[in-house]
Design a protein around this ligand. Structure first.
Ligand code: SAM
Length: 266
């Protein structure tokens, strides 16, 4: 006979499960579904890495995360010594998850998570660091991986619908010496991003390049002409598998943002 503590998991007998189906099954399932919908991704990880490598950008900063999801980017910024943590998300689930995460990490008193669209909830406030990992997959129709919220990935026909709205509002919310760190699929055209912010006096620098897996569901939803154009350049396919190039871009009012943090590669 196997006992709990023998290194084995003790399973309830089917009769015991049947006796308390609601307590045993429903809450765990809901929690799992919600956690999956808000699961941080390789894009999240790339942004966290950049903050860890450039701590002077985070320490003492007023930080805003547009589309905060799980709240992990804000938690990482809090750990690196951010002065305040503000998160915005359209999903009520994300707002609840971020609040809980930050409270649990001891950042409850200097964080503020609000539900709303893009910069609307923060009015005219400015921030020293704005992080964003917005949905920017080119998908003709709104779709998302199973179990994820629909608002998580889809960025319209060219992937830039939310990204361009974010860039349009950025200059009005960045402090003079501040910067944005944005997760940016290479195949949605970083030159278009440069062009979008140039008029506002902002410049764009690629700080990091990573390859991330792309799920078959996403590949299926992406416009065939984009896949044809980018395969071999920013999207690499190996049978049923695919990897895509993702950039972390730093956007600031500085002509060159490289000098103030030697660990940031340019
Ligand atoms: C790819 S997830 C990123 C979540 C988190 N920042 C991270 O890196 O793990 C994108 C998030 O943007 C949110 N979002 C989508 N459209 C938005 C909008 N118009 N305004 C604010 N947030 C939005 C989604 O609900 C989702 O939580």
């Amino acid at each position: 006979m196997t006992l709990p503590g023998d290194g084995q998991v003790a399973h309830a007998a089917p009769a015991e499960l049947a006796a308390e189906p609601a307590r045993l099954a429903a809450p765990a399932n809901d929690t799992l579904q919600s956690a999956n919908a808000l699961r941080p991704s390789d894009y999240t990880a790339a942004l966290v890495r950049r903050m860890q490598l450039s701590p002077s950008w985070v320490r003492g900063a007023r930080v805003l995360d547009v589309g905060c999801g799980s709240g992990l980017l804000l938690a990482a910024a809090g750990e690196l010594g951010a002065a305040s943590l503000t998160g915005v998300d359209v999903e009520p689930d994300a707002v609840a998850a971020s609040r809980a995460l930050l409270r649990g990490a001891g950042h409850g008193t200097h964080s503020d998570i609000v539900q709303g669209d893009m910069f609307a909830p923060v009015g005219e406030r400015r921030f020293d660091l704005i992080v964003a990992n917005l949905p920017h997959f080119p998908m003709a129709e709104v779709g998302a991986e199973e179990g994820r919220h629909l608002t998580w990935s889809a960025g319209g026909h060219n992937g830039r619908v939310l990204l361009d709205r974010f860039l349009a509002g950025l200059a009005a919310h960045l402090s003079a010496g501040g910067r944005a760190l944005v997760a940016h699929n290479a195949f949605v055209d970083v030159e278009a991003t440069r062009a979008a912010v140039r008029g506002a006096g902002l410049s764009v620098r690629v700080t990091d390049t990573v390859l991330v897996p792309v799920s078959p569901v996403k590949l299926e939803l992406m416009p065939p002409e984009l896949l044809a154009r980018e395969t071999g350049k920013t999207i690499f396919r190996y049978g049923p598998h695919a990897l895509a190039e993702v950039l972390v871009v730093a956007i600031s009012f500085e002509a060159s943002d490289a000098s103030d943090d030697p660990s940031a590669k340019g």
